[in-house]
Design a protein around this ligand. Structure first.
Ligand code: AHR
Length: 500
């Protein structure tokens, strides 16, 4: 048995937890859109071909924003292809994912889908193979109420009210050699600044995200952020972070500690942004949009997607990871990392949403169901309210090959007007953890619910035939006596405690 003692001081909150932390990402990739959210002819499909069962699951997951339409896809995308009469839309090559893009789902359809889901649209513009003018055109089409050719075109295409998109990503992963139009930090920083200035001439209140590095392992990580912000600091509001984790070579111990890497990543990017702030003596603060994060078994993606010129499949299955209990525990832990940095991470998107690298699986002509990663996301989105609190964790550590020594137990907490939530992870593969914490300063008196994700087999996963082999289960081993909470966590588990 591992013992962990937590300390929480409500007098020194980290900052408000933005609802935008519970965003997701939908890319025209694999079966994410076609055969995912959209499958005309499916028994659950609505008039527009969108699956109602998938909409219900996305709502249940508590997704607040959705970044769209890419990802790598956006760097080859002409937005004009995706509006207007559906039967006249061009069919194009999706170069990022070696497939065919029919443009059957475009801006209008996706925005209507989001209205059903109740989430905010976050749009990415193509700065890989296009530039400022095309970004301006899309902005005018989307946000100008009426009276210009593009605004009137939108109205003719069925949308009188503007889409009024607030958050815009200035390209995607522009440092990546895989990116169409990859650029140096100097070139991208200048382009991002120019494009941001121009977009603000149309709509000054936009929130603009400049591309950070594609990941902390990129050779130019750190220097990329510094250079881009040196050019674009006054013009953008966010710098993006992207991170994917996977269990490599059976090293579950390192994998379970992925959130320590995310902590470091965020803190390094924030320090770099604040360095530029200091050098410029700027009163502005750049926050982080962690707009791609998840567990992704990238090592299972075939080295080259089919590269034949005569073979451009429609919505091929790519990266449909089955997701295990351990994957769910890591996803829950990554959310805890976002919460404890809520003062600077004010937007985030789990990547992605349906079928591709996704918490929701949708079978062609079949059911839609929850993968293990769905559960901690849905519970955290539901319970993490108000402000994030600092949590001290006093517990033993263990050695990992990838991250050095890490604590066995990790914790994050939020509080809001008489309610509080505690999120806990036990990374031990063999031992239970007994967690105690004095909650008297929070003024909470009753436990509302304690839900745990665990399984005797950390590699158990849901399948189409057994859709709830893995799920959250009530954890009866919790008590709140005299303001002191104690809760037992099984090995390799994630737990949410909600208190009143
Ligand atoms: O989410 C899948 C891909 O991962 C995105 O297209 C890209 O931005 C990242 O490399």
């Amino acid at each position: 048995m591992v013992r962990a003692r937590l300390t929480i001081d409500p007098a020194r909150p980290v900052g408000p937890v933005s609802r935008r932390l519970f965003g997701a990402f939908v890319e025209h990739m694999g079966r994410g859109v076609y055969g995912g959210i959209h499958e005309p002819g499916h028994p659950e499909a609505d008039r527009d071909g969108f699956r109602r069962d998938v909409v219900d699951l996305v709502k249940e997951m508590g997704v607040t924003t959705v970044r769209y339409p890419g990802g790598n896809f956006v760097s080859g995308f002409r937005w004009e292809d995706s509006v207007g009469p559906r039967d006249q839309r061009p069919v194009r090559l999706n170069l990022a994912w070696h497939s065919t893009e029919t443009n059957e789902v475009g801006l209008h359809e996706f925005a209507s889908w989001l209205e059903q889901v109740g989430a905010e649209l976050m749009l990415a513009v193509n700065l890989g193979t296009r530039g400022t003018l095309e970004a301006l055109d899309l902005l005018e089409y989307a946000n100008v109420p009426s009276g210009t050719t593009l605004a009137e075109q939108r109205i003719r295409n069925g949308r009188r009210q503007p889409f009024d998109v607030r958050m815009w990503c200035l390209g995607n992963e522009m440092d990546g050699p895989w990116q169409l139009g990859q650029m140096s930090a100097e070139d991208y920083g200048r382009l991002a600044a120019r494009t941001a200035k121009a977009m603000r001439q149309v709509d000054p209140g936009l929130e603009l995200v400049a591309c950070g590095s594609s990941g902390a392992a990129m050779p130019t990580f750190g220097e990329w952020e510094r250079t881009v912000l040196t050019h674009a600091y006054d013009d953008v509001d966010y710098l993006s972070c992207h991170a994917y984790y996977e269990e490599k070579d059976g090293d579950l111990g390192s994998f379970l500690a992925s959130a320590t890497d995310m902590d470091r990543f965020i803190e390094t990017v924030v320090a770099t942004a604040d360095h530029v702030k200091a050098v410029r003596r700027s009163p502005r603060t750049i926050n982080v949009s962690f707009d791609e994060w998840n567990v992704w078994y990238l090592s299972r993606v075939p080295a080259g997607l089919a590269r034949r010129i005569d073979d451009w499949p429609l919505a091929p299955a790519i990266s449909e990871d089955p997701y295990t209990v351990a994957d769910g525990v890591v996803v829950g832990n990554l959310l805890m990392s976002l919460i404890r940095h809520a003062d600077r991470v004010t937007s985030a998107s789990i990547a992605q949403l349906v079928n591709v690298i996704a918490p929701i699986a949708a079978e062609p002509r079949g059911p839609a169901w929850r993968r293990s990663t769905f559960f901690p996301f849905a519970a955290t989105s539901r319970l993490a309210r108000g402000v994030a609190l600092r949590v001290g964790v006093d517990c033993p550590g263990y050695d990992t090959a990838e991250h050095g020594e890490v604590p066995v137990v990790d914790a994050a907490a939020t509080a809001d007007d008489g309610v509080a939530a505690l999120f806990l992870v036990n990374r031990s593969q063999t031992e239970e953890a007994e967690v105690t914490v004095d909650l008297a300063p929070l003024g909470v008196r009753t436990i509302e619910e304690v839900l745990t994700l665990s399984d005797p087999d950390p590699h158990a996963a849901n399948t189409s035939d057994r859709q709830d082999r893995v799920r959250l289960r009530p954890n009866p081993r919790a008590a709140l006596i005299g303001g002191r909470l104690s809760v037992s966590l099984p090995p390799v588990s994630w737990t949410a405690v909600s208190l009143h």
